[in-house]
Design a binder for this molecule. Structure first.
Ligand code: URA
Length: 194
């Protein structure tokens, strides 16, 4: 199934075709219970071809490890699969151009919870403006590609680097996501199995 949800070639966004070295697809099990969605690849992700492998990725990896998990247990992806120039935010048009790929990935993986890492993915998935620090840790029902999905708002891992005060908010949101998956699985969660 992973071949079906990987994007091998795309030329929808001229600026991103110029700025990317490669398309960065999601990683992790194609039946993961938890799916983390970030904004777009940065420099490290662009060079390694994997989401969240820079300093933000270290924060995410540490947080997973603190909960007995690793990136092999969860799906990690982005709203946009190509690095924007100068690490700017993706434009609305770029987010729209890439949306079908994210929707196909969520359809394929069908996670119990989608964790939106930061404002861009939270707003993209919920379709409204989101005050991330205020809403972090809250779970929302969203209709995504005709499917009902549970989206948990979380601060971006990078926020914990700029503002250590956000560490607790980040940790509490992750606890919420893991607890929800554990509850939904009735103690049968696939988290930590691998
Ligand atoms: N930030 C993101 O939003 N996505 C990545 O893959 C890396 C950093």
């Amino acid at each position: 199934m992973s071949d079906d949800i990987d994007v091998r070639a795309c030329t929808r966004c001229p600026a991103l075709c110029d700025s990317r070295s490669r398309i960065v697809n999601g990683v992790g099990p194609t039946d993961a219970d938890l799916c983390f969605v970030g904004e777009a690849p940065g420099e490290n992700e662009d060079s390694e071809g994997e989401p969240f492998v820079g300093r933000s990725g270290d924060v995410l990896d540490d947080a997973l490890r603190d909960r007995g998990l690793s990136r092999r247990d969860v799906r990690i992806t982005n709203c946009v699969r190509c690095r924007p120039p100068d690490n700017r935010d993706p434009t609305t048009e770029e987010l729209d151009n890439c949306r079908a790929y994210l929707e196909a990935e969520l359809d394929g993986v069908d996670p119990e919870v989608v964790v939106a890492l930061g404002k861009v993915p939270a707003e993209h998935l919920l379709g409204r403006s989101v005050a991330v620090t205020e809403e972090a840790g809250t779970l929302h029902d969203a209709r995504i590609a005709g499917q009902s999905r549970r989206v948990l708002v979380c601060v971006h891992p990078a926020a914990t680097l700029y503002d250590p005060g956000q560490r607790e908010t980040f940790a509490a949101a992750l606890d919420e996501a893991v607890a929800f998956v554990d509850e939904e699985g009735g103690g049968q969660s696939r988290l930590g199995e691998f």
